[in-house]
Design a protein around this ligand. Structure first.
Ligand code: ADP
Ligand code: ADP
Length: 229
């Protein structure tokens, strides 16, 4: 399998007759191989989120192409792409318990399989025995662990994470970045992880793609990345 291929992608906002609008992503190309975790790193407003949303199908592509395993995703709606999404606020279903949240995407599977998968995922994210807990009682870090487990439950062919740790305090962010890396590798998940935090990108990713003002500056493994002094 070839994974994700992004070719010369352009994302624009507010384009109307006689107005050019904002070009948030200005011709970005990058590849994410099967099983690879890529961090998209750059300052606020540089277009990371817009690129991620275009890959997800949440934002139209004004130029270029997004393909997965060789097939063009143009016109393929969000829910048909087979991708998982995880945002800053995990947006758990408040009236379901932890297991009900994690098992949400598995409604079409036999009950025994769902239960097994939910138990396995809760263990992976360090929440053994949390299945029956109401999500309202969880800490911020526990909520994001549940959100991560829920996004992985249907075995997405690509997981898109948009600043999943930004709402948490520093110490917790550092610990969770290590945990997320371990969980993604244990599950063999192909992922794009958007962050403005260098340390987080370096911890989580196999390769880091650095963005600035809508363009890609460089893509390299953390140890080879050029860093400003
Ligand atoms: P980042 O994720 O790196 O913070 P974004 O992709 O959110 O960057 O934003 C890139 C640029 O696009 C910014 O100039 C931002 O103001 C603009 N932008 C983002 N979303 C919208 C929108 N829905 N409408 C208009 N402009 C937007
Ligand atoms: P539903 O919303 O379909 O009635 P639940 O919300 O009770 O189901 O649970 C969602 C999924 O999680 C189900 O597949 C169920 O088998 C599984 N599940 C429920 N409780 C637990 C638990 N404590 N540990 C592991 N899996 C559980």
């Amino acid at each position: 399998p070839r994974g994700l291929e992004v070719r010369d992608v352009v994302v624009r906002y507010g384009q109307r007759r006689g107005r050019t609008g904002t070009t948030a992503v200005d011709g970005v190309s990058l590849d994410v191989a099967a099983g690879e975790v890529l961090a998209l790193l750059g300052p606020s407003g540089c277009g990371k989120s817009s690129l991620l949303r275009a890959v997800a199908g949440l934002e139209p592509v004004a130029g270029g192409a997004v393909t997965f395993d060789g097939s063009d995703l143009d016109g393929v709606p969000v829910h048909r792409r087979g991708f998982g999404l995880l945002f800053q606020d995990g947006q758990l279903f408040p009236h379901r318990d932890v297991a009900g949240n994690v098992g949400y995407g598995l409604a079409d599977r036999p009950r025994a399989e769902r239960t097994e998968r939910v138990t396995e995922l809760l263990s992976l994210v360090g929440l053994d025995g949390f299945g029956a807990r109401p999500v309202a009682e969880l800490s911020g870090g526990e909520k994001q662990r549940v959100a991560l487990a829920r996004s992985l439950a249907p075995r997405p062919r690509l997981l898109l994470l948009d600043e999943p740790l930004s709402a948490l305090d520093r110490g917790l962010r550092e610990r969770l970045a290590v945990e997320i890396r371990a969980v993604l590798h244990a599950t063999g998940t192909t992922a794009v992880f958007v962050t403005h935090d260098h340390d987080e990108a370096f911890t989580v990713a196999d390769r880091v793609a650095v963005m600035s003002a809508g363009r890609l500056l460089q893509v390299a493994p953390p140890e080879e990345l050029w860093r400003a002094p």
